[in-house]
Design a protein around this ligand. Structure first.
Ligand code: ADP
Length: 432
């Protein structure tokens, strides 16, 4: 056993009217404490929280008309009580790091400014993330604050994956390129997948499907992202809860000319009224759609079919980014809980030699991780795969990943400081 007590990280995920928080112990799964302050800025702000050990039920307290800073102040004594002197850092989820951030980084004035500059690329998210950073740094000035970016993991994509075939000046001057999101989740689940199968994270190839309200696929080779389905914004790629995913770019012109829709209206329709909601005419919630499909609802049936086909198509195309395929991973609320969606998706991928064990597929729900592939080669598969390709259910844990990356960032910086000191000492010895 280590003689040092394990370190705790307070992880903050700040939205425009909410703060999600979790106190993570580097050596224990689950959370010491976690909760949500929401409806901030209205008259009905409230704080809900729960201890991770299950000794207390969920608790709630009204916060009046609290803003982010006041909500953070309400959290503070609770965090102090549970963390004592083991609180080592505050890890902040930041959506967009642009091309500036390729890894987590400690927040200083320059980093804050760079996050602010990336707000042009994520105008709904980065300003909210900054509100959280400002409130938390004011309240915990003695602690290091680390930013962990949704985009940073994908900065390893090669240019042939991240560039759009549009005039070069739009990239050079406006930074229009594919960035990708959900990086924290793809990184976490591919690392876990390697652990579960006894493979080395730095010598294995994975296709990951994060399926929540937002959805994306990612090709991870030897621990680095080589391609992902989201692009310049999180609208590109798969069918999502309310987002359309890929459409013909000429659709904007058509809707403007024929219906007189403004760009704002088109943005709103594609982001908030499309996807599963738009296709089904019923709901953006997969659970509800599965129930409606059972009862013969045509829109729900179609939405599920389009969702699964597009997902399978994306996974198949992501194979181009890999040098070997060890497994396909499902995660996120839908990926972790829906045997139907997994089965309908894998049914389109028989040509890759993929097939499900239906019993295992049914078993892996509500946080149960596991392998669900059928090991015998399916009848009629045309392509042979060099070895058994796993299909894995891996519950994501973005908070833990943010905490671990925050600590890794601190450890790397202290190592760098030690090296700098040694170097300085050597130079002094030499009389420089
Ligand atoms: P977010 O992206 O907001 O974190 P989640 O990862 O929680 O979202 O995923 C939400 C989605 O997961 C919703 O579409 C929800 O219906 C779906 N989901 C949750 N449980 C189930 C289930 N048992 N069967 C099918 N879909 C489910």
């Amino acid at each position: 056993m280590s003689e040092h007590p394990s370190r705790l990280v307070l992880v903050i995920n700040c939205g425009s009217s909410s703060i999600k928080f979790a106190l993570v112990d580097e050596q224990r799964s689950g959370f010491v404490l976690h909760g949500l302050a929401d409806r901030l800025g209205s008259d009905e702000a409230s704080l809900r929280w729960q201890q991770g050990d299950g000794t207390t039920s969920r608790q709630e307290r009204p916060l009046g008309a609290a803003d982010h800073r006041q909500a953070m102040e309400a959290l503070l004594p609770m965090v102090r009580e549970h963390a004592g002197d083991r609180l080592t850092a505050v890890g902040h989820r930041v959506v967009h790091g642009g091309e500036h951030f390729t890894a987590a980084c400690q927040i200083d004035d320059a980093a804050r400014q760079a996050i602010e500059q990336a707000s042009a690329l994520a105008p709904l998210h980065n300003p909210a993330n900054l509100m959280g950073i400002d409130a938390a740094t004011a309240l915990f000035p003695q602690l290091p604050h680390i930013a962990v970016f949704d985009t940073a993991f994908h900065q390893s994509m090669p240019a042939h994956a991240y560039r759009y075939a549009i005039p070069e000046a739009l990239y050079a001057e406006q930074r229009v390129r594919r960035y990708g999101f959900h990086g924290t989740s793809h990184r976490y689940v591919t690392g876990e997948a390697a652990r579960m199968t006894g493979l080395s994270p730095t010598d294995s190839g994975w296709l990951s499907a994060h399926l929540g309200n937002g959805c994306s696929t990612c090709a991870v080779q030897d621990g680095v992202s080589r391609d992902t389905s989201m692009g310049f914004t999180p609208l590109e790629g798969l069918v999502m809860g309310t987002r359309s995913g890929d459409v013909d770019p000429n659709l904007h012109g058509f809707l403007g000319r024929t219906l007189g829709w403004s760009l704002e209206k088109i943005d709103a329709v594609l982001n908030r009224e499309s996807g599963l909601l738009g296709l089904s005419g019923l709901s953006n919630d997969m659970r509800e759609l599965e129930q409606a499909r059972e009862q013969g609802h045509d829109g729900a049936t179609l939405a599920i079919e389009v969702f699964c086909y597009r997902l399978a198509k994306s996974l198949a195309s992501m194979c181009c980014a890999l040098t070997r395929l060890d497994g396909v991973i499902f995660t996120g609320g839908i990926g972790e809980n829906s045997p139907l969606i997994r089965a309908r998706t894998i049914a389109h991928l028989g040509l890759l030699g993929l097939a499900l064990d239906e019993e295992a597929n049914q078993r892996c729900v509500r946080g149960v991780a596991g392998a669900i592939e059928r090991t015998a080669k399916p009848h009629g598969a045309h392509l042979t795969v060099p070895h058994n390709v796993h299909i894995l259910i891996v519950p994501t844990d973005e908070e833990r990943q943010i905490a671990l990356e925050s600590l890794a960032c601190l450890d790397a910086e202290s190592q760098a400081d030690i090296h700098a000191d040694i170097h300085a000492d050597k130079q002094t010895d030499r009389g420089f």
